[in-house]
Design a protein around this ligand. Sequence first.
Ligand code: DGY
Length: 317
Amino acid sequence: MPKVFVSRRVIGLEPYAERLTLDIWEGALPPSPRELRERTRGCDGLVSLLTDRLDADFFDSVPGLKVVSQYAVGVNNIDLAAAKARGIPVGHTPGVLTDATADMAFTLMLAAARNVVPGADYVKAGKWKTWEPALLLGQSVYGATLGIIGYGRIGKAVAERSRGFKMRVLAVSPTLSAEQAAAEDVTATSLDDLLRESDFVSIHTPLTPDTYHLIGARELALMKPTATLVNTARGEVIDPAALYEALRAGRPGFAALDVTEPEPLPPDHPLLSLPNCLVVPHLGSATMQARLAMTRSAMANLEAGLRGEPMPHCANP
Ligand code: DGY
């Protein structure tokens, strides 16, 4: 049976243990680079997570490895070219987590706009003494302008959700054609105009050299003081030092982040000291349904690769 190292315990692996020898990392934290190398050495396949760094040195240290299957859609932790140069296909899991991630973007937007976390804290602190007309006044989401940076699967799914809220949708994306924009009632615009006009800005671009710190001091200064910036993509798309200064200055008014740089964010990170910054621990695809579908997708890629067949979703074809 092919031998496979799975670098974290994920749900739904039981059926695969009948036809693969699975070595599953059971640690509470991810394996260190050394542990990852040692456990992968001698394996035919690796199921990796976004917390594993797979670079050229890693691939050189595991010469028998035939297949990598990433348990995520994002593959910015993997040197795809280095894998390809060594004949190693890298699978990933697009599609199955689109709705869960779009739901999280919307959740963060609504939670930020309507002071859900401060409201819950207020009640728990025993401060709720009466109905208070001026208490925790937020921003209206219904009818507001939503700016979507990166109009791929997840960006589009966020736009779909916004229709029920009668939002005006602006989008920036290299792949958005004028025809698609018109058909989906989205206005394709420049990044600067999107940032200037949006009440909510939601980031859905992959992390690439082009999108690293795409949102820095200049871009943040374009946003409205009442606007909220939501990130469910990758933390590194936003410059965190610039975001801290911008939030302190109140422009934008709020940031709601599912992803951060660094990740995890240390408890003493300046962003966590701000009342206008909500951070959750990379929960975008964290539903039972999405995670089970990710397991099935990752294992389908893995098994296809082990058979020497094309993967259903290969990131370095
Ligand atoms: C991904 O898939 O890239 C997410 O960040 C984790 O589900």
